[in-house]
Design a protein around this ligand. Structure first.
Ligand SMILES: [Zn+2]
Length: 494
């Protein structure tokens, strides 16, 4: 059984422990055998804790063969409870090693294995948000326990592998399920949350390029770029346009945010059977392969892809560099990325009508959803992971972005961007909640942003406006002498 995780449990665990780093080995060397339902998973995690505390780590496994805490083997039958492993008697500095096997996924959650019906090739990718990293290795699965991750991935011969960090090299290894596998090493990540770590492996087609420009300090920098898709789609991958957009984004965001791109390389993979549009794994963004167009594309389709590409790139700052403490503040990354997707298209690309599309499609989605009984405030009350899963919706994305557009008009574009710049400077590689963003916003402008936040972020429903034009009728061609606009809904909003 897969346990949920409640906000209260996550709060307690974050008070108890601080994670230093993970060393993770995932053995995909048997992935080409369809009879092989599981892969090997080994993790060594170093973390500090309150002396004598008891906590737990999450692992949705097929089997756990050993749990070793601070040099002592624990009784697996005693400490493994469903998808949790109990960690009794912690010290101030701890080293935990968990070895087991986990299941290949066909649902797009965790480590997904796809067999291409066209040529029989096997392709692997991961998708974790909000909490499916634990389907691949033992991990403290909550956004505010950031850590450095070191990945090693064993694959069959002839496969590529990619992850958040730079690929350091691949060597033959006999440590895997299948002898003579390739062992791929990756550079350690920055301190990031587990839900944005990722692994890509398979005989993917790969195209590379490089962005060179100046960082906000005026230094010349280069960022390696790569695109991946399955080989059967390689001809449909229009690398020229995708790289051009990527470079426009890398020209734009670091300057806008006065913060250099923090994750080294920028790779983008188009993957099959993907449950969503895209995912902002730092250094290695995944997209649905529906964003490749083997039969040609309309301008609207290409504009939609450009918008998603910019949305994901803005997440490198909003979400990846600075991350919400818990899923209540999912809007702190999704509403902002939705806003920035359109904003960057207008200011940095040829898709300058992005706000028109936003108003006609995305905002319309928000209006509809906000009038249903299932609506919720933009800042939601997310008591556990199941609630978090339900929150990726028209309110968090489209209403949140609509309200941000209004906020930018209210406080002024320059003040809003000043607040963003202060936010990244102050909270880089850390976690935040709404009050942290309101603090920087308050410092950047003279408006009562907390009253605004109370009325727009903590309430539901659309304002209802009526226009009263005394003395005129519908067929009266002349303009009325006077008119009054009344807001009827509760609460009254600025
Ligand atoms: Zn997003």
């Amino acid at each position: 059984m897969v346990s949920s995780l409640t906000r209260d449990e996550a709060t307690t665990r974050a008070e108890q422990i601080r994670v230093v780093d993970y060393r993770v080995t995932v053995d995909l060397s048997g992935a080409e055998d369809p009879q092989c339902a599981t892969f090997g998973s080994e993790v060594t995690v170093r973390f500090t804790a309150d002396e004598g505390a008891e906590s737990f780590i999450d692992f949705v496994h097929e089997s756990v063969s050993s749990v070793e805490l601070n040099g002592e083997l624990l009784d697996v039958d005693d400490v493994v409870e469903g998808s949790r492993i109990r960690l009794p008697g912690l010290g101030e500095a701890n080293e935990l090693r968990v070895v087991g096997r986990a299941l290949y996924s066909r649902s797009g959650e965790g480590l997904h294995r796809y067999v291409d019906p066209q040529d029989g090739s096997v392709y692997i990718y991961t998708q974790y948000e909000p909490a499916d990293c634990r389907r691949v290795f033992a991990v403290f699965e909550q956004p505010d326990l950031k850590a450095e991750f070191h990945f090693t991935v064993l694959t069959p011969q002839g496969w590529l592998a990619a992850s958040n960090g730079e690929h350091l090299g691949a060597q033959p290894s006999d440590d895997g399920d299948v002898p003579g596998a390739l062992s791929h090493e990756f550079a350690p990540t920055q301190r990031i949350s587990s839900y944005i770590t990722t692994i890509l492996a398979g005989p993917y087609a790969r195209v590379t390029d490089e962005w060179t420009g100046t960082d906000p300090q005026g230094e010349t920098v280069s960022i390696p770029l790569a695109l991946y898709c399955r080989r059967a789609l390689a001809e449909a991958m229009d690398a020229e346009e995708i790289f051009a957009l990527t470079k426009q984004g890398l020209d734009f965001f670091p300057k806008l945010f006065a913060f250099a791109y923090p994750f080294g390389k920028y790779e983008q993979a188009f993957v099959p059977e993907y449950n969503l549009g895209a995912m902002e794994n730092p250094g290695m963004v995944t997209f649905t392969e529906d964003y490749l167009f083997p039969s040609g594309a309309t301008r609207a389709q290409r504009a939609g892809r450009a918008n998603t590409l910019m949305h994901e790139m803005s997440h490198m700052w909003f979400g990846d560099l600075v991350t919400m403490r818990w899923w209540d503040d999912l809007w702190l990354k999704e509403s902002f990325a939705e806003f920035m997707g359109a904003y960057a298209c207008v200011h940095a690309t040829g898709y300058t009508d992005a706000w028109v599309t936003f108003a006609l499609a995305r905002k319309e989605w928000a209006y509809r959803q906000d009038q249903l009984r299932t609506t919720h405030p933009i800042v939601a009350d997310i008591v556990d992971l199941e609630a978090a899963r339900q929150n990726f919706d028209g309110i968090t994305y489209a209403k949140g972005a609509s309200v941000l557009k209004q906020l930018v008009a209210f406080v002024g574009e320059e003040s809003f961007m000043d607040a963003c710049r202060a936010y990244f400077r102050r909270f880089a590689f850390r976690n935040t909640d709404l009050s942290d963003f309101l603090d920087v916003l308050d410092e950047a402008c003279d408006h009562d942003v907390r009253a605004w936040a109370q009325l727009w972020l903590h309430t539901t429903g659309v304002p209802v406006l009526s226009l009263d034009t005394p003395g005129s009728s519908a067929d009266d061609a002349a303009a009325p002498a006077g008119a009054s606009l009344t807001q009827a809904a509760s609460p009254l909003r600025p």
